[in-house]
Design a binder for this molecule. Structure first.
Ligand SMILES: Nc1ncnc2c1ncn2[C@@H]1O[C@H](COP(=O)(O)OP(=O)(O)OP(=O)(O)O)[C@@H](O)[C@H]1O
Length: 308
């Protein structure tokens, strides 16, 4: 399948800040991507450039095979829902929806109305009078009902309660299944979306740390606990990301190409073993500046934290 997006050696510098540092990747059509990273990692900057709302300092970007700047053919197929979208003060909710309908050729009015109901949005209310969560819901309605072939959600749930977030996830999955498209979801709520995401892009300090299938990552990271010497032996089979010492025992998070035999191996060493979550992997990879790069040797790279 042809890529929806290709990014080659993309660098963005603001005065004194390198927000993106020679980033390269591509997005395949009809997949859900998780764009992950800590505050200030460069996620919004990347989405701004891909949606032609910001300029690269250097590097190449194509969207649906073309450069996106002032390119109506490309931009009519793209929807970008920003973290804190602002609207002109005189607009009401239904005005925003009507404007979105005009801009997005794939707009589904029935879905929009369904979402408005589910989020309990008041169509006649002035957008300035919406609560923080309602404003986020409005962005989500636009993002989903646009059915844009390339949709970016940049941390779309500021102020959204747990029920509303679940409504978002349920609709996203249901609508994506019926109408596949490329969706990029930038979020800090990694545990909540880990089952939705098919592919992970992890950015840290402007650099791409991970570009991997979520399914592959799931089997790659485990946490083992038991006697220190046994944990040491197990950890040598992969890259140790983190360790907590508790007297003579240790608990270590290890990344490696673990096959089905990993359970037997841990058992034979007298270790307990659990699969680690995607969130844990992201936290461990981005906690310290000396966190190991993907595939790096464990030696010296582990974040070891003695708690006793
Ligand atoms: N207009 C700007 N001028 C100067 N620096 C900027 C500007 N926009 C972003 N930056 C800097 O670029 C870096 C990346 O910011 P960006 O907003 O892309 O991060 P992010 O990953 O979206 O963060 P968050 O998760 O907190 O929203 C940060 O250090 C930020 O301070």
């Amino acid at each position: 399948m042809s890529p929806a997006v290709t990014v080659t050696d993309l660098t963005k510098r603001y005065r004194g800040v390198t927000a993106l540092d020679r980033v390269s990747f591509s997005l395949t059509e009809n997949r859900i991507y998780g764009l992950l990273g800590r505050n200030g990692a460069g996620k919004t900057t990347l989405m701004q450039i891909l949606t032609a709302q910001g300029f690269a300092t250097s590097g190449e970007v194509t969207v649906f095979g073309q450069q996106p700047y002032e390119n109506e053919q490309v931009l009519s197929r793209v929807c970008f829902i920003k973290e804190s979208q602002t609207y002109p003060s005189n607009l009401r909710v239904h005005h925003v929806l009507r404007a979105a309908r005009l801009v997005h050729p794939g707009w589904d009015e029935k879905l929009a109305q369904q979402l408005v109901d589910d989020f309990r949005l008041p169509p006649q209310r002035n957008v300035r009078k919406l609560s923080r969560g309602m404003l986020s819901s409005l962005g989500i309605v636009v993002g989903l009902a646009s059915r844009a072939p390339l949709t970016f959600f940049d941390e779309p749930y500021l102020g959204l309660d747990a029920v509303a977030r679940q409504i978002f996830y349920d609709h996203l999955l249901a609508d994506y299944t019926e109408h596949p498209r490329t969706i990029v979801l930038s979020t800090h709520l990694i545990d909540e979306v880990s089952d939705l995401i098919e592919h992970v892009l992890l950015i840290d300090q402007g650099r791409l740390l991970l570009d991997a299938e979520a399914e592959t990552l799931r089997g790659q990271v485990v946490t083992v606990s038991g006697p220190v010497a046994a944990v040491d032996e197990f950890a040598r089979t992969g890259a140790e990301l983190h360790r907590v010492l508790l007297g003579a025992t240790a608990r270590a998070t290890v990344r490696g190409d673990f096959g089905p035999a990993v359970h037997d191996q841990a058992r034979s060493l007298g270790l307990g073993l659990e699969a680690s979550s995607l969130q844990e992997l992201v936290v461990r990879l981005t906690t310290n500046s000396n966190a190991p790069a993907p595939g790096a040797d464990s030696a010296g790279a582990a974040s070891k934290e003695a708690v006793r």
